[in-house]
Design a protein around this ligand. Structure first.
Ligand code: UDP
Length: 475
């Protein structure tokens, strides 16, 4: 689309540049919508490749789009987002996304927006913005808890021996965090140079950064928000849960991040309140066929209703014989994109089996749904700690065997374990489920209060917008 390169009026033009994965693209788009709603003179523009634009077009509202070409022709334009195509394509996109710096420089030089918001993973972006004298804001699509824990581990790393297999993270506001090193993100155990650069940038002195925006809300993790502000000494805005911005646009909510399957919502309509476990592992789940087979067996034998989002694999490779007939009426499989936030908000949904990606954590909490946790990558094991040990509204699917962020170390979680975990978790009388649901529901009440007029997240967005206008005025 055409934008006017010359900003002759008093508008605040904000360019938002997300990473090419839906776990980052979706919340940044929601953030752009919140900016547009906060002030009529803020003009947010999502700056994305055409393939990524296609995923957010349906739910943009006032937000504009500006596209730049994907940095390589080796990827089909329908698969420019991690998790959309094969696992190999996803790994390639992850690498290629590091090549977009020249495109970003060209766009900033041409359009000279008033402010740039970019994904925390683009570690070079603050210096690109500084090159053009444009104020820069980091968007961190996670909460303060994982970032504060990361920061402590980052500081401890220098003194950790290479063969340490267990880590205790102390000097934190809440409980002491203990975990096996293999559950830490690859940056610690894999010594990935690019990932180290991201953490160096996140925890460095950041002279060029105006502030950082988190998709969380203060009441959820107030001690950790304060701790972040104390150690990092940067302006921080806690503006979430951003997913609430879609509540009044049902169509936008269903097609948030992709073409949502509407059939599953109709199926939920026929189920008793709180009777269904929603099983979904985010936008990039590449379980092996053997694991999918065990999960199918586990859900079948759990004797509970389930709604399961499966993607990527050929169903014939893992589906047990006669499985579909046996689970008919009690189980529903979504083979594409699920309208996750709408599913979580549906009265029939009673539990969420999740990989603990931050968006899923926050969306589950915002709906007041207790969770069964099955983390397997990135910072997911740390997010699990927040749910299980700090808030107390979740239980682990499996605590036996070896769990790890490294795929080659994943142990098969047996179907019998999954069946038992789901059956026990959903025990309506007495069990731990009732207490966990009550804790999750309390969090949901405070999440809603945070985004309403007078709430902390609502206030932080206002402050951010005021600070931006102050900054532009002083230029
Ligand atoms: N999501 C969705 N439908 C799906 C799978 C995922 O709407 O079928 C959304 C989900 O609501 C969340 C995002 O995709 O907003 C996934 O982000 P998360 O941080 O949970 O996990 P990631 O995909 O980054 O691992």
């Amino acid at each position: 689309m055409a934008l006017n390169p010359n900003n002759s009026n008093k508008k605040c033009r904000v360019f938002l540049i997300p990473q090419m994965s839906r776990g980052h693209l979706i919340p940044m788009t929601d953030f752009a919508k919140l900016l547009a709603a906060a002030h009529p003179d803020v003009e947010p523009t999502m700056v994305v490749t055409p393939g990524n634009a296609a995923l957010i077009n349906a739910s943009l509202g006032q937000v504009q789009i500006l596209t730049y070409p994907f940095p390589s022709e080796s990827i089909k334009s329908t698969a420019e987002t991690m998790g959309v195509g094969s696992k190999e394509e996803t790994m390639l996109i992850n690498k290629l996304s590091l090549l977009i710096r020249p495109a970003q420089e060209e766009l900033l030089s041409k359009y000279k927006p008033d402010v740039v918001v970019s994904d925390a993973l683009f570690y070079w972006a603050p210096s690109v913005a500084a090159q053009f004298g444009i104020p820069y804001i980091v968007f961190f699509p996670c909460g303060a808890f994982p970032l504060v824990v990361f920061k402590r581990i980052y500081d401890m790393q220098q003194s950790m021996s290479i063969d340490t297999d267990h880590i205790t993270v102390s000097d934190l506001p809440g409980p002491k965090i203990e975990m096996p090193v293999r559950e830490l993100p690859n940056y610690r155990i894999g010594h990935d140079e690019e990932i180290n650069k991201i953490f160096d940038s996140l925890f460095g002195s950041w002279p060029d950064v105006f502030g950082i925006v988190f998709n969380t809300f203060r009441a959820l993790e107030s001690e950790y928000c304060k701790e972040y502000e104390r150690v990092q000494m940067k302006r921080a805005y806690f503006i979430g849960p951003v997913s609430f911005c879609n509540t009044s646009n049902v169509d936008g909510l269903i097609h948030r991040g992709g073409e949502g399957d509407v059939g599953c919502l109709r199926w939920l309509d026929g189920k008793e309140d709180g009777s269904v476990v929603f099983v979904s592992f985010g936008s990039q789940c590449y379980f092996k066929s053997e694991q999918l087979h065990e999960l199918a067996i586990g859900l079948e034998h759990s004797r509970r209703n389930f709604l399961w989002v499966v993607r990527g694999n050929n169903m014939e490779e893992w589906m047990p014989d006669g499985w579909e007939d046996r689970i008919a009426g009690r189980g529903f499989v979504v083979k594409g994109w699920a309208p996750q936030v709408a599913i979580l908000a549906h009265p029939a949904t009673g539990a969420f089996m999740t990989h603990c990606g931050w968006n899923s954590v926050l969306e589950g909490l915002s709906a007041g749904i207790p969770m069964l946790t099955w983390p397997f990558a990135a910072e997911e094991f740390i997010n699990e700690k927040l749910l299980v040990e700090v808030i107390g509204c979740a239980a682990k699917v499996w605590d036996g065997g070896k769990r790890s962020t490294r795929e080659e170390e994943h142990e098969l979680v047996p179907g019998s374990v999954i069946a038992h975990a789901v059956f026990k978790f959903m025990e309506p009388a007495g069990g731990e489920y009732v207490a966990m649901r009550s804790k999750a529901q309390n969090v949901a009440v405070s999440a809603l209060a945070a985004v309403q007029e007078g709430g902390s997240s609502h206030g932080d967005i206002r402050d951010l917008v005021n600070n931006l206008f102050g900054l532009i005025g002083s230029k």
